[in-house]
Design a protein around this ligand. Structure first.
Ligand code: PSU
Ligand code: MN
Length: 301
């Protein structure tokens, strides 16, 4: 089997490009909000002067830049497989349709020459890690693949201190975007002070360019707080997470189903509030990623 015959990579020369993932589309949000959010993110990136490329695997073919129709179809697809690093060859070989996680999207974006990627939240070290050993392969990917990801911080469903330690060990820069404290996805801030804070996209681009020039060959995490008006109360969020975690234990969920399960339960428990916040923060990340892509592109000229 020849990989080149199974992928569609556009010509990216002269384009400040931003990658978007698709696991959030198929496993992170319900239809139709998932499709609306995906298309709105593409629009935010265009408004910032960059070009969006939503990444997925359709019938075994890697596609960099899904069309509007393909996003709509994937958003309605309930059988698409959640593709992380380990699943890419299988998905292609079997001709299956799969949505790519942060890790897999980083790999495919890099293959296409895309350096900036926007998402909602990344995977991390799960609570109860001592028992389950559940650490998302997203974290490992940052030490392997030089793609820079804008997110709203690790989700509060994770073990935050251990997630931060893991990134520290792997040498992954965590850049606070206009913040000195780590945002926690649903909430704008936390008590975790960051080592690096950036004033604007220009500032971020300077660091990313140096990281690349040094040949560090790893990705960076840009953490961008959710807009104030959508930020949820941390105690409310914690309460809801506890409920979701105990439901998970009862249902005996593990492996790759953990994150989709928790996100889904949270939508119900929060009465839809977590979904509203999720949409707002992803769009906000898409905008900032677009601005960073443009700033980085200008620097390279
Ligand atoms: N965070 C979200 N929504 C999501 C995900 C993360 O708010 O849909 C998805 C991303 O695609 C991420 C994946 O890469 O979940 C992590 O899954 P796991 O924890 O199984 O590695
Ligand atoms: Mn996991």
């Amino acid at each position: 089997m020849n990989l080149l015959e199974n992928m569609e990579i556009p010509d990216l020369s002269g384009v400040p490009a931003v990658a978007l993932e698709t696991t959030v589309l198929t496993h992170g949000m319900p239809y139709p909000q998932n499709v609306e959010c995906a298309l709105a993110c593409e629009e935010e990136i265009r408004k910032a002067g960059a070009k969006p490329y939503t990444i997925g695997i359709l019938d075994g073919r890697i596609k960099i830049g899904l069309t509007k129709e393909e996003i709509e179809a994937l958003g309605r697809n309930t059988t698409a497989i959640k593709v992380s690093r380990k699943d890419i060859p299988y998905c292609i070989a079997e001709g299956k349709t799969g949505s790519t996680t942060v890790a897999a999207t980083m790999i495919l974006a890099h293959l296409a020459g895309i350096r900036i990627f926007a998402t909602g939240g990344i995977g991390g070290v799960h609570r109860g890690f001592e028992e389950t050993m559940d650490v998302s392969s997203d974290l490992e990917e940052f030490s392997k693949t030089p793609v820079h990801v804008v997110c709203a911080g690790p989700k509060a469903i994770l073990d935050i201190p251990r997630t931060m330690e893991y990134l520290e060990t792997k040498g992954v820069p965590v850049l606070g975007y206009q913040t000195e404290f780590l945002p926690l996805f649903y909430t704008r801030t936390s008590s975790y002070r960051l080592d690096i804070s950036c004033r604007d996209a220009e500032d971020v681009a300077t660091l990313l360019q140096l990281q690349e020039q040094l040949g560090l060959k790893s990705g960076s995490l840009i953490v961008n707080p959710v807009p104030e008006e959508y930020s949820l109360d941390p105690e409310f969020v914690e309460d809801c997470i506890q409920k979701a975690l105990s439901m998970m234990e009862k249902d005996g969920i593990h492996g790759k189903q953990v994150t989709p399960y928790l996100l889904d339960k949270l939508v119900g428990i929060t009465g839809g509030k977590s979904l509203e916040t999720n949409v707002a923060l992803i769009k906000n990340n898409a905008r900032v990623a677009g601005e960073i892509a443009v700033a980085l592109w200008r620097k390279d000229r």
